[in-house]
Design a protein. Structure first.
Length: 346
């Protein structure tokens, strides 16, 4: 999950005045907002019942996966210095397993242990008003960077055969799943809805989306992918979602200029340094919002050529938008899987 956003572009139209109004749910969670639309309620299920489902999922996800809550399960795991197998909840184990899947597929471009490196470069949680780190401070001090990297690396987090445990190979290893937890929460809400018989919905949390069925307009949900423009929000293209999720990662809002040099918040876990390519944003479409979230980050790290090549090999529906050399426009690359879901921008 990056700061780029999928913009809902759904015109709420219904065929006649007697059609039931869609159900809307909005709120705040995980330091961001959520917006959920259900076109029609199943028989016997009311608005309050679905709100209870949403509240229950969000409370559960925060209790297990929030690094902002010192009492959460993941905070306790991070604080532990044990290298023995630690019993964890199904929620934490599931998210780690999804992350490990994308880490392996991307050669480590996605890595939920990268938090110390992100903070070292002046980004991430807990930075507040702290001065950003000058790029040269770590560029010219490889030993300092190496010391940080000793406690990062997805290979140092083991998933034992016992599916109820995790194990650190490095005692100071810490996990930050904030880049995948919103998508995981979206998946859980969607799955709980479907178990109740909800067939037409759009769930959006922090820019992560999952949709199924028909919108109130009576057609598949159409959402706009945001153009990677700083200080301006406008659609770049439109995709149609039915049983699919969408996630966008980008660096056109979260970066710093230090000594005339642009420092991206996107850290390459393989090098320990910010990426330097011109990729502005990546949009990934996938049945799972959590996997779309992770893949968007991985492709953003890899860059336009390497990222597109991996997306094509892996059959990932992806759109990569790159700044041109002059900085005045964009060039795009996409996979056939993305193009099958793309619609004209009108």
């Amino acid at each position: 999950m990056g700061l780029a956003r999928i913009l809902p572009s759904v015109v709420l139209l219904w065929a006649c005045a007697c059609a039931p109004a869609p159900q809307q749910f909005d709120g705040h969670t995980m330091g961001t907002t959520y917006s959920i639309t259900v076109t029609r309620l199943p028989e016997g299920i009311g608005h309050d019942a679905l709100q209870a489902v949403i509240d229950g999922v969000l409370l559960d996800v925060n209790r297990h996966l929030s690094t902002y809550d010192s009492k959460s399960e993941i905070s306790a795991f991070n604080a532990s210095r044990s290298t023995d197998a630690i019993v964890v909840s199904p929620q934490l184990r599931t998210v780690v397993a999804i992350a490990a899947e994308v880490s392996a597929a991307s050669g480590g471009a996605f890595d939920i242990t990268v938090g110390p490196l992100v903070r070292a470069w002046g980004f991430g949680s807990g930075q507040g008003a702290a001065s950003p780190v000058a790029p040269s401070a770590l560029d010219t001090a490889p030993a300092a960077l190496d010391r940080i990297r000793e406690r990062t690396g997805y290979q140092k987090l083991e998933l034992p055969a016992d599916v109820h445990t995790l194990r650190k190979a490095a005692p100071a290893l810490e996990l930050d799943v904030n880049g995948i937890a919103p998508g995981y929460a979206v998946d859980l809400i969607a799955e709980r809805f479907e178990a109740l018989g909800v067939r037409d919905y759009l769930v959006e949390l922090g820019g992560e989306l999952r949709a199924r069925g028909r919108s109130p307009a009576g057609r598949p949900w159409r959402v706009a992918v945001e153009a990677p423009l700083r200080g301006e929000r406008k659609p770049y293209t439109v995709v149609e979602l039915d049983g699919m999720s969408a996630s966008t990662s980008g660096d056109y809002r979260d970066f710093r200029m230090v000594g005339g040099k642009r420092v991206s918040h996107t850290i390459d876990p393989r090098t320990g340094a910010p990426v330097t390519h011109r990729l502005a944003s990546v949009c990934v479409l996938h049945p799972s919002a959590a996997r779309a979230d992770a893949w968007a980050t991985a492709l953003m790290v890899l860059g336009p050529q390497e990222g597109l090549a991996l997306a094509r090999r892996s059959g990932v529906a992806a759109l990569l938008i790159e700044r041109d050399a002059a900085g005045g426009g964009f060039a795009e690359r996409s996979t056939p899987e993305f193009e099958r879901l793309r619609r004209p921008l009108d």
